[in-house]
Write a protein of this length. Sequence first.
Length: 139
Amino acid sequence: MLNQQEIQAAANDLYEAEKSRQQIDPITLTYPEMSMDDAYAVQKAWVSRKVEGDGRKVVGYKIGLTSRAMQRVMKIDTPDYGVLLDDMVFPNNGEIMAANFLDPQIEVELAFVLKDRLFGENVTFEQVMAATDYVIPAF
């Protein structure tokens, strides 16, 4: 389990790497004992810095690693989730500068646009469907 200083250091490393557009080693190489809870704590610290320091806004969340094959590759057994900020959204037919990314890749996913908030640890399928306004493809 990472302590607060390690969590903050990892979040700062990610923040600075993004700002400078310089790749860094995966955080798990620096902290091989880190857990998923630690990873979410680092994400929370990184997002807080961007929201509080840079004025970014949280606009949504994404679920990743939904396929069993990718979970095996990443040595996890459950999907993960991430925060989407306003600077991560691009308009239809908008231009995206490849030079703004270190390793640009596109992954096709489904985006659930919600009409109601979802929260809690044991959200059911039925609750997700009731809270969903519509579903669209996302890249």
